[in-house]
Design a protein around this ligand. Structure first.
Ligand code: C5P
Length: 409
């Protein structure tokens, strides 16, 4: 991904957690990207990493004078706290300022990224969760934590995300807002179709890619509407969020929200068939075998493609074989501007955090995007194609004006 961190001033607050040692690597990588780095260590952090190592890697002495909070707060283009302990999170959420780090947090108007790291039970504690919600409402961005084995021997959410992921997040903050003012409608996740009141037909989609696209689009300046089937992901607060269950509900929600959208990204894995007559009562398992008669659902994307003032259309094609050929056929049949083809053979794609993709344009130009996190992939997709649909709104506007004119005469 392009480096946007050169000459950026990155202030890092390091708290007392075992993950502090990983921040040394992060500082090294930031310096490689030509970012300027200054650091604050809490007293507890000094038990885990020494001010000397941090100084050596950042090229700047660790800040410790409590009187420096205003100067540091104003200096920073971005403020990262990593690892952020439960204690720092609680103090920041309640506006406490009893050391240099917490005072600087209160005094800065730079964007703040917080990378929590703690025992899984401490993370799950209602007190911590309420504090996290508070920080998000104060516009701090919480990055992570990751789920995995912990230094204390337990397993669960609470690991600090890896330095390369933190680096990606920092970089993303400085990307040009190529989607400024664009209105983007995104569908995500699976849909579910009832067989009876307790059973359903669905697929393995988790919604990760669609939610990543929504998050990236928001960060790049777009106004996002996210229409999602059932997932376990928290929807981005800055989007208009609509959650629903069936393909028909998704179709209706899309049609209700499509007017004036500049781009429609259909990332949802919509169920292609639904039981024709779902049973009102739970089907008994006394039968040796049974049939469920299925009928096709409406193709949402193809329906939107037939609208008179259709937006720029991006579809997704999850394929197990002949990726490019099958995806290209889909793009043509559905009347799309771009299709994002990704392989779901051998367990790739669905439910994974990482993915790769091939973008295929209407004119058959192809761009391959290497394997990376779904969020990075989302940014790459927008960067590759923003110039295409950023040219088109004027055409849309022209079309719309022509239509309005036709209607009024
Ligand atoms: O034909 P296929 O389902 O493979 O096409 C995938 C693309 O079509 C995806 O972009 C998906 O969101 C969209 N789709 C849809 N409505 C359906 C089925 C698929 O919008 N009923």
């Amino acid at each position: 991904m392009t480096n946007y961190l050169a000459n950026k001033k990155v202030l890092i607050g390091i708290c007392g957690g075992i993950a502090a040692y990983k921040v040394l690597d992060l500082i090294r990588r930031l310096r490689e990207q030509n970012a300027e780095v200054r650091t604050i260590l809490t007293t507890n952090a000094e038990q885990f990493v020494t001010p000397l190592s941090v100084h050596a890697l950042s090229g700047e002495p660790v800040r410790s004078d409590p009187m420096q909070h205003i100067e540091l707060a104003r200096w920073a283009d971005i403020f990262l706290v990593a690892p952020a302990t439960a204690n720092f999170i609680a103090k920041a959420a309640h506006g406490l300022a009893d050391d240099l780090l917490s005072s600087t947090y209160l005094a800065t108007d730079a964007p703040v990224l917080i990378a929590p790291a703690m025992n899984q039970q401490m993370w799950e504690h209602l007190g911590t969760q309420e504090n996290i919600k508070n920080l998000q409402e104060h516009s701090s961005k919480i990055i992570g934590p990751a789920i995995g084995s912990q230094a204390c021997g337990e397993y669960g959410p609470g690991r600090m995300i890896e330095p390369n992921q933190i680096l990606d997040y920092l970089n993303q903050q400085f990307m040009p807002r190529v989607l400024e003012g664009k209105r983007i409608l995104i569908t995500a996740g699976p849909t579910l179709e009832a067989i009876d009141p307790v059973r359903f037909i669905s697929n393995h989609s988790t919604g990760k890619m669609g939610y990543a696209l929504a998050q990236a689009a928001i960060q790049l300046g777009a106004k996002v509407t996210l229409i999602s089937g059932p997932t376990n992901i928290t929807p981005p607060r800055q989007a208009k969020n609509i959650s629903l269950t069936t393909a028909e509900e998704m179709l209706n929600a899309v049609l209700e929200n499509i007017t004036n959208q500049d781009v429609f990204i259909s990332c949802a894995a919509v169920t292609d068939y639904r039981p024709k007559t779902p049973s009102k009562h739970k089907i008994k398992k006394s039968m040796a075998e049974t049939n469920i008669l299925l009928e096709p659902t409406t193709d949402i994307l193809a329906t939107v493609a037939k609208l008179p003032n259709k937006p720029f259309l991006i579809g997704f094609a999850a394929e197990t074989e002949q990726l490019v050929t099958n995806a290209t056929t889909k793009m043509q049949n559905k009347g799309l501007d771009i299709i994002v083809a990704n392989s779901v053979a051998n367990g790739q794609g669905f439910a994974q955090d990482y993915n790769e993709a091939t973008l295929i344009r209407k004119n058959h130009n192809r761009i391959k995007i290497a394997k990376q996190s779904k969020l990075s992939l989302a940014f790459e997709i927008f960067h590759e194609i923003s110039h295409i649909f950023c040219e088109t709104p004027q055409n849309f506007l022209k079309d719309r004006l022509a239509n309005e004119f036709a209607k009024s005469t």
